[in-house]
Design a protein around this ligand. Sequence first.
Ligand SMILES: Nc1ncnc2c1ncn2[C@@H]1O[C@H](COP(=O)(O)OP(=O)(O)OP(=O)(O)O)[C@@H](O)[C@H]1O
Length: 337
Amino acid sequence: MPDDLLLDAQGVSVGYTPERGDRILAVREVDLRLHQGEFVGLVGESGCGKSTLGFAVTGMLLPPAQLVGGSIVFDGQDIASLSGEQLRQARQGGFALVLQSGMNTLNPVRTIANHFRDLLKAHGSDHSTARERGAELLRTVHLDSDVLDRYPHELSGGMRQRVSIALVLSLEPRLIVFDEPTTALDVVVQAAVMSTIKELQRTQQFTAVLISHDLGTVLEATDRVLIMYAGQIAEDQPAADVLTGPHHPYTEALLSCYADPRADVVHLGGIAGNPPDLSKQIDGCPYAPRCPLVQDICRRIDPPLAPLGRGVAACHVRAPASKELAATAHEVADREH
Ligand SMILES: Nc1ncnc2c1ncn2[C@@H]1O[C@H](COP(=O)(O)OP(=O)(O)OP(=O)(O)O)[C@@H](O)[C@H]1O
């Protein structure tokens, strides 16, 4: 692994096998490489597999989810091969964690000080100084240390989310996946919590992934944005480029769903149709049935990610390399029949 490569996930596929019904292939052969200190956004419509991918690359998948393909190497260690206990140990002081909405994850009958103690104890860390450590971490998320003696219900939503972030930081992870960390908060509190997350990432230099439906928030906070569609990465570009020149038609459609509140006239787009059923086989580009640029080839062959702009995109129409590759594959298929 090159020095600054922290996570190297290749060909990751994750399935959910329900007791009844077909298996849902929620993540489909995704490659994800994260470098030290990078802040990456993961955006896409509800159900496209963002959270599942976040859980997979942090070794936190729980049944009925199952890693059905690919490899996940974190700092040189293959995490798919670790047992539950080994994963728990690896998580302390270096591994990765998913932080979801803290609103519901705190225990209502434990004080915040006890949350710090319980977490450090559960991960085999020295918990005798949990109170001091908790106070210090609360300060980094801009909370007063008197919060330690309060119960979750005595705190506002924004304060609870700040406590959750401080708890995650107590394990000193090198990768944090923030899964919709501000969704349940009002917009003013959302902005304040996001600003704290950005500040912490910048000052502490951990690697971060921000999962969100909200492309605007992601573009503002992150360095690189991955656009996910139907369990795959449709586009991967520097955040600065997504706004000025998206390449994938799906990214363009997502951008059209956001309005600039300062604009004189606001035209809000939408995306007609629905994403494909992930329990079925998908032939061709998964976005083809909704794509305004669709061509014959798109319905036949799933486009690979190909260089486009300063990143990559999976589009036969926009990425000439991908188009050539797909055309060649198509000719070969024709000759064989
Ligand atoms: N426990 C589960 N059992 C069966 N299917 C599941 C389960 N969890 C998720 N799925 C399915 O996996 C797919 C991906 O879900 P996932 O939650 O990863 O998407 P997401 O992009 O994070 O969505 P959202 O933004 O709504 O959280 C969806 O089709 C979902 O219905």
